[in-house]
Design a protein around this ligand. Structure first.
Ligand code: G4P
Length: 282
């Protein structure tokens, strides 16, 4: 689901999420592993009033594995704990609880020292649209068992759901607004489906994406669209015209651009990561 954001929407989301985050020990910020930096919400630390954050790089099955590893290391250098997983496959999901316990080890030890035998970690999934918040929440919660009893900080129509031995999650994820300030970020978020199709031009997105693929993933272009070595030298706008014709779309360039975006989103162009790891950290 993609949402069109207006200042009013953002202010409302900001207020609601800030209120709900008061009740948590840990924020699970979900990002798309193909755009791990661009899909981070710029204000989450402020909204969470510096509560610990576990950054979950979801859709790692669609991302470039080498860059995923580089990003985990880069985030670590920035003091952020990040893990990569694929919510559609359950194998790595238990990592969330394990790493949550590590992040909160000190707080949990204090609770144990006070006589609380199995202290619970309360967390909330947040993230920009389409990064897999609901999928992760549903997979972790499995049977959607609500934890009984009222807990402070949760409004009456919200519930904590058991999501592991010691993990409880708020029943609805928080939808955050994406970054807008930079058109390149906009193109990255559009290509991965985090911003509404109504608010970008497909050709802008594809020009950006083709330049990126030409530089980093040229073999995927060669494989999928039969791009030749000589064509890889062409500017992206020229390549759009060539490929539009090759696919039999005559001069319907938008049709090619929409197809390219869908191919990328559906993984037909192979695995890719659009956020390049900063040089000093790679
Ligand atoms: P959201 O709550 O953050 O908005 O995201 P949501 O869970 O709805 O997931 C958005 C889309 O991403 C869904 O596909 C979902 O199946 C897919 N998805 C979630 N996690 C992963 C992952 O780790 N890897 C891959 N490859 N896909 C993932 P959809 O086509 O919009 O819906 P559906 O066809 O799955 O119902």
């Amino acid at each position: 689901m993609t949402i069109q954001w207006y200042p009013g929407h953002m202010a409302k989301a900001q207020k609601q999420i800030k209120e709900r985050l008061k009740a948590v020990d840990l924020i699970l910020e979900i990002v798309d592993a193909r755009v791990p930096e661009s899909s981070i919400n710029p204000m989450i630390q402020e909204l969470g009033q510096n509560k610990p954050i576990l950054l979950i790089m979801n859709k790692a099955d669609m991302a470039d594995p080498r860059r995923t590893q580089q990003w985990i290391e880069t985030f670590k250098k920035r003091g952020i704990t990040a893990i990569a997983l694929d919510a559609q496959h359950k194998a790595k999901l238990p990592m969330i609880e394990k790493v949550a316990q590590e992040i909160l080890a000190e707080k949990l030890a204090k609770k144990r020292a006070k006589g609380i035998r199995n202290p619970v970690i309360r967390a909330m999934c947040v993230g920009v649209p389409n990064v897999g918040k609901s999928t992760i929440l549903n997979r972790l919660v499995q049977k959607n068992i609500a934890v009984t009893g009222n807990r402070p900080g949760v409004t009456k129509n919200q519930q904590w759901l058991k999501a592991g031995q010691t993990l409880e999650l708020l029943d609805t994820p928080g939808v955050l607004w994406p970054k807008f300030e930079d058109p390149t970020i906009g193109s990255k978020l559009a290509l991965t489906g985090a911003i509404s199709d109504a608010i970008y031009h497909p050709d802008d997105v594809v020009i950006f994406a083709l330049e990126h693929f030409k530089e980093y993933y040229s073999s995927q272009l060669q494989k999928v669209y039969k791009v030749t070595d000589a064509e890889l030298e062409e500017p992206a706008a020229e390549l759009i015209m060539i490929l539009t014709k090759r696919l039999g779309f005559k001069e319907d360039y938008d049709r090619f651009c929409v197809k390219f975006i869908n191919d990328a989103r559906q993984g037909k162009l192979g695995r890719f990561t659009l956020d390049v790891v900063p040089v000093e950290a790679s």
